[in-house]
Design a binder for this molecule. Structure first.
Ligand SMILES: Nc1nc2c(ncn2[C@@H]2O[C@H](COP(=O)(O)OP(=O)(O)OP(=O)(O)O)[C@@H](O)[C@H]2O)c(=O)[nH]1
Ligand SMILES: [Mg+2]
Length: 616
């Protein structure tokens, strides 16, 4: 009985071995197991141009002949002729990914050095061409000393040439005893691989070269995170530095409207509603439009240049440490705008426990609705001065609050993954887009949409809650010897809530502001503005900027505790609603409310007690 020649398909993982194997064997396949191991043996029948049959085996992907898994061990043993249940192949079909040539050539050189007759399939040349990468098979053939055929396995390109080359390889009946290269030769192999890849690469577009150069910096294990943090840091500096002038214009506009209304309308409920309710409340929030736009200008810019995906890649390592994967990065990043689209974006996460964890920590990402609260308190309590020479103190504090949210989220993820959402981690692959100059038009459009969303919120949710709060604050009217805050309905509710938040340094007005802020966080600002405006002794005091009023009435520990509260507290009904929808029930939103309020109370309390103890 004559045995038919055996050809083994070998190469790095994902080189396209199975695709090529399928292309060559069609439906004539047999799947079994290697004896004694759980590794699958996939074999198929291939017919040469002259009709002779060949047995083809699809080996597991490997990186080298020094195995680090049972799969790689089988691959090594087969090509060395030492595998139980397999004879020494008569030839190797070596599959290389053309887009990843220098990496794949390392293993290829080791295999070619074994001395078995070998045919190289230079696969994925379609993807290489798309990336502007042109490799000359002839040069590669000369350098490697074995035939090289360009293939596109998924489109059956190169089939006939491959059959021809395999036919020649198995016909040249050379008897060889394979010998593996020594391990210490590895760096030499690597250098050879790189040199050959460079020689065989006849054109590489400038785009691809620039992208690779930029990535070697942006994704560098040390430089990468430093660059990322620097960009984030400068972004927050700019949010404060650039917004000063436009915010002042808006503020001046609101004050002149208030003055005009006070001058034209008679004293009474209408004037109070307009001046103390609508203008004070909505005005206090609109002032933050410039800051929100500056923040989004940076985010849109980073997205358009292609940097954002690199940031996701950098974050993947960090995420893996808390039991998440890079898949969670995009939803979490969207949560910096708003947790609602962020939570909806978790649908792309396949693993249900990963997804649930991501949903539960999404509200800890600082959404844009928190920006008005942060910037108001920071503006009131932190002087606009430079720290360490060049950095604005206010931007530094804002950056710190964002970082606190991120750290809170990572720690929460770690705990959740160890308790309620325990499970095994999954791998992560990302396609890196090329770097490009952003289109100004896209950015302007993006900013315009952001501005509209914000103004619409100011015109609806914020306006309504401001008016409702104004009414609750204004009635019933105070009797002699009472302040408006004490007598009003809102004041009574706040007094109840105050019992809970008094220990963490919150006063009556804060307790009051927390209620409507459940509708939208930024309402806390308008609520405080309305409360202090109604409560003011005279008109001059009422028209004082909110900043001044806060400075006069709050201690620094209270202000700090208030900031920290907003980092952690689930002050947003829409987020709770979308969590209910995405998790199909009340269990997880209830859990989210519970753990976040507890976290917020403890963190704000710790801040207040520490700051008080330090005598701030
Ligand atoms: N565009 C393109 N895609 C390809 C080509 N060859 C394979 N692919 C795709 O690349 C992916 C990996 O191919 P596989 O054949 O599974 O790779 P493999 O080498 O068998 O991978 P492992 O078995 O994991 O080692 C699949 O999604 C294929 O469809 C090609 O020439 N062009
Ligand atoms: Mg495979």
């Amino acid at each position: 009985m004559t045995t038919i020649p055996l050809v083994a398909v070998v190469g790095n993982p994902n080189a396209g071995k199975s695709a090529l194997f399928n292309m060559l064997t069609g439906a004539r396949q047999k799947v079994g197991n290697y004896p004694g191991v759980t590794v699958e043996r996939k074999a198929g029948r291939l017919f040469l141009p002259d009709g002779r049959p060949i047995e083809l085996v699809d080996l597991p992907g490997a990186y080298s002949l020094e195995p680090s898994s049972p799969d790689e061990e089988v691959t090594r043993d087969v090509v060395l002729g030492k595998q139980d249940g397999e004879r020494l192949p008569d030839a190797l079909l070596l599959v290389l990914d053309a887009t990843n040539l220098d990496n794949h050539l390392r293993f290829a050189l080791q295999l070619i050095d074994l001395g078995l007759p070998t045919v190289v399939a230079l696969n994925m040349v379609d993807l290489a061409r798309r990336d502007g990468l042109e490799i000359d098979p002839q040069i590669l053939e000369r350098e490697l000393g074995v035939p090289v055929i360009a293939t596109v396995a998924v489109r059956r390109r190169g089939t006939d040439e491959l059959r021809e080359a395999i036919s020649e390889a198995v016909t040249a009946a050379r008897v060889v005893r394979p010998r593996p290269v020594a391990v210490e030769d590895f760096t030499i192999v690597q250098r050879r691989a790189r040199a050959i890849a460079r020689k065989a690469t006849i054109s590489e577009t400038a785009v691809r070269r620039t992208t690779q150069l930029l990535d070697s910096i942006a994704l560098h294990p040390v430089a990468g995170p430093i660059i990322f943090l620097t960009i984030m840091f400068l972004m927050f500096q700019a949010v404060f530095a650039w917004a000063v002038a436009p915010a002042e214009w808006i503020d001046a506009g609101v004050v002149s409207l208030q003055t005009m209304a006070t001058g034209t309308l008679n004293e009474g409920p209408i004037r109070s509603l307009l001046v103390d309710g609508i203008l004070a409340g909505v005005g206090a929030v609109i002032v933050f439009l410039p800051q929100i736009l500056i923040l989004f200008f940076f985010i849109l810019l980073l997205e358009a240049t292609g940097y954002m995906v690199r940031a996701a890649f950098l974050m993947d390592r960090l995420m893996a440490r808390v039991g998440l994967s890079g898949h969670a990065f995009i939803p979490l990043l969207s949560s910096f705008a708003c947790a609602v689209p962020g939570i909806m974006a978790t649908r792309s996460i396949e693993d249900p426990k990963h997804r649930l964890t991501t949903i539960l920590i999404a509200p800890l990402m600082t959404c844009s609705a928190r920006l008005p609260v942060y910037t108001m308190i920071i503006g009131a309590f932190f002087p606009d001065r430079a720290v360490a020479g060049a950095f604005g103190l206010q931007g530094l504090v804002l950056f710190g609050l964002y970082v606190a949210g991120v750290f809170g989220a990572l720690i929460a993820a770690l705990f959740l993954r160890m308790t309620v959402t325990r499970g095994t981690p999954r791998g992560f692959l990302l396609e890196m887009p090329k770097y490009q100059l952003p289109q100004l038009r896209d950015i302007v459009l993006g900013l315009w949409q952001r501005a509209l969303i914000f103004l619409k919120r100011a015109g609806t949710i914020i306006l309504v809650s401001t008016v409702v709060l104004w009414a609750l604050l204004s009635y019933p009217q105070p009797k002699a010897g009472e302040t408006a805050l004490e007598s009003s309905i809102a004041g009574k509710i706040a007094s109840g809530l105050e019992v809970l938040v008094r220990p963490i340094g919150f006063n009556h007005e804060i307790a009051l502001a927390l209620i409507p802020a459940m509708a939208a966080r930024e309402v806390a600002v308008s609520a405080l503005a309305t409360a202090y405006s109604i409560d003011a002794e005279d008109e001059a005091a009422a028209e004082q900027p909110l900043k001044e009023q806060l400075r006069g009435r709050w201690s620094l520990p209270t202000a700090l505790a208030f900031l920290v509260w907003f980092v952690f507290a689930p002050q947003c009904l829409s987020t709770i609603a979308v969590t209910r929808r995405e998790t199909n029930g009340w269990k997880w939103p209830a859990f989210m409310l519970g753990y976040l309020f507890t976290l917020a109370w403890l963190a704000a309390g710790a801040t207040f007690w520490t700051a008080t103890a330090l005598g701030l």
